[in-house]
Design a protein around this ligand. Structure first.
Ligand code: COA
Length: 315
């Protein structure tokens, strides 16, 4: 599948910034992660993507490799992030075949909508295992390589001709910021993922490694949106109204955030969370009010009436 460059990368980045660097990405054949990897490869890097499904992962790698002639992209399928030995073997193979691991994305995740009443202990554990433990397993497998890379490509606050290295990104969610129905399992798992990233930042920052989180909001045409929202036009319109920017995100916008954190532009960003959701999480409590529907009430310019604290009329 040939994807036009403007679909996965803004025009602001310079070609070659990731030349001779290697990215290891779990869940790399997925709708969002594959675009993060594609952007990295387009800008000069090589990559190894990991997934459970052999055919999907191998085909995904072949497809990503077409973005730049001479690129090397390996797809290692049959690897479940819940299996630390399989992950370690994949990381070792990546380093052996591509010469190291300079960047990593812990992107593999599991999600479905279910109220706690319909969430068995095993269902909860499954998502905890994939997201939280899987991210930890990924971290353990790649960290020695990231430390090596960080020693080679020093993060010293000035432009280095050989570029950056030794950086990790975790893909998380905003569900645990305010709480979200039907997501008890994922909210718990992603809260753990966030803390793993923070721990990497704290414990491996002294080695020059940076660790940050990217939190995508609803991104158009992705498995996440298909799994977690109703995609009929009426439901989508209603959900877009709760996003301050009034639209779903594009995969390119997650890829751009990735390039920023991996590039020299993101050198002093460590232990942080980059929420790329059009501001959605900040209004996630807004729909609770039936009286002041978001954003219609704001757009109407009406005064808050009928409560003791409200103005009697608009200004
Ligand atoms: N509602 C409630 N429980 C569910 C469920 C749902 N929609 N889907 C699965 N479960 C439960 C199962 O019933 C099982 O629990 P049980 O043993 O008590 O019956 C448990 O979760 C494990 O299910 P299983 O299908 O064996 O797990 P799996 O490891 O094969 O699959 C999932 C993992 C469930 C997360 C699956 O959705 C998946 O593979 N997702 C990968 C893709 C993905 O989610 N990407 C995220 C994009 S946002």
């Amino acid at each position: 599948m040939s994807v036009p460059r403007q679909k996965y990368l803004s025009s602001v980045w310079r070609d070659g910034i990731f030349a001779d660097k290697v990215l290891f990405c779990t869940g790399g054949a997925g709708t969002i992660c594959s675009m993060q990897v594609r952007a990295f490869v387009a800008l000069g890097g090589n990559a190894c993507i990991i997934g459970r499904n052999v055919e999907k992962t191998e085909k995904g790698a072949e497809d990503i490799a077409t973005v730049r002639s001479g690129s090397k992209v390996i797809g290692i399928g049959g690897v479940d992030v819940r299996d630390p030995k399989a992950l370690q073997a994949a990381a070792d193979r990546c380093a052996k075949e591509l010469g190291g691991i300079d960047f990593a994305i812990a992107g593999a995740a599991g999600n479905f909508l279910a109220p706690m009443a319909q969430l068995s202990p095993n269902a909860f554990k499954t998502v905890m295992d994939i997201d939280a433990l899987g991210s930890y397993n990924t971290t353990k497998a790649v960290l020695p390589y990231l430390v090596e890379s960080a020693q080679k490509y020093k993060n010293i606050g000035s432009s280095q001709p050989t570029g950056t290295g030794g950086r990790m990104i975790f893909i998380s969610a905003t569900f645990h910021y305010k709480g979200q129905p039907l997501q008890a399992h994922v909210a718990a798992a992603k809260a753990a993922v966030d803390q793993i990233s923070h721990s990497v930042a704290i414990e491996y920052g002294p080695y020059g490694v940076t660790s940050n989180i990217i939190t995508p909001g609803p991104i158009a045409n992705t498995e996440g949106v298909e799994r977690l929202s109703k995609t009929d036009p009426k439901s989508m319109k209603a959900s877009m109204k709760r996003i301050p920017l009034g639209r779903y995100g594009e995969v390119k916008e997650i890829a751009d955030a990735t390039v920023y954190l991996f590039s020299e532009a993101g050198s002093y960003v460590n232990g942080n969370t980059l929420v790329v959701d059009g501001g959605q999480w900040r209004t996630s409590g807004a729909s609770e009010s039936a009286a002041w529907q978001y954003p219609d009430f704001l757009l109407s310019g009406a005064a808050v009436e009928g409560v003791k604290s409200g103005r009697k009329s608009k200004l």
